[in-house]
Design a protein around this ligand. Sequence first.
Ligand code: CO
Length: 341
Amino acid sequence: MLLKKLTEACGAPGQEGEVRDLIRSEIEPYVDEIRTDALGNLIAVKNPSAAGPKVMLAAHMDEVALMILGIEKNGYLRFRPIGGIDPRVLVAKTVLIGEKKIPGVIGSKPIHLQKPEERQRPMGIDELLIDIGAKNQDEAEKLVKLGDCAYFATKYEEFGQDKVKAKALDDRVGCALLIEILKENYEFPLYGVFTVQEEVGLRGAGVAAYQVQPDVALVLEGTTASDVPGTGTHLHATSVGKGPALTVMDRTVIPHPSLVRELIDLAEQHSIPYQIRRTNTGGTDAGQIQLTAGGTKAAVIAVPCRYIHSAASVMSKQDFESALKLAKTYLLSLHEREGKQ
Ligand code: CO
């Protein structure tokens, strides 16, 4: 199953190779051209010489991870997060490290040994170590190199009503949408771009957009759902199960208002559920794509995901299907408009 394969693959920012190889093998039969650029963005093209508009769809391949930056004498590993990870979600999680997927567990001082004041506060990154079962530094160095990354060892599972739990739904859900979209045929040039290094500041997307110079771009994302314990409904950025979220503003982009309007009109005409993302925090590749070269009309379609950037996030399969339908309906509307001209 596509989303299972994608979320169980590992790809820290700058180390997207495994995810890229998987995506490449999935889309190769459906595209006319495919290449990897200097940063590692995977750029697939359908109908490169057709008449415009030139459309770019983007999803990022990377996920938040932990980079190994120290190996202690006793064989424990020290690490730093790459991308936004709350240290409080790390304690006692199992991980897989590097290309060989060496198993480990994120250890800390057990509660029995903690001083009363230590029990009152969360463990910081410097108080956590990864235990790979090595008896000393020499043994650990045979398994892990500095610069390797550790990933949550989470298996994809379907559960409850129509829900999925997995690691890295941000943004393998966007990758899965884009793969599905590339399986269809279109009459205009369509660039499917799987970007790198989004989680460390949208670094791949601008470089890719400069090469493509699209007329219009849609970013496909997994976004924060805040229908979680401890938040009032007025703080709900998005809710799982209420359809794909459209961004009107985040920290990096104000999507093109007429493009957002078109997406809303199409959703309403075709009875596709949708919601407006009600927060201005977070960022997406759209922030870089719209500013690259002469500028591009851009918008974001996102699948709401609870507990994003943790060992297990949760999404609705129905939201995925609705996001896919909305994106395809938009692309079909471009066909029809082109035909009328
Ligand atoms: Co993302």
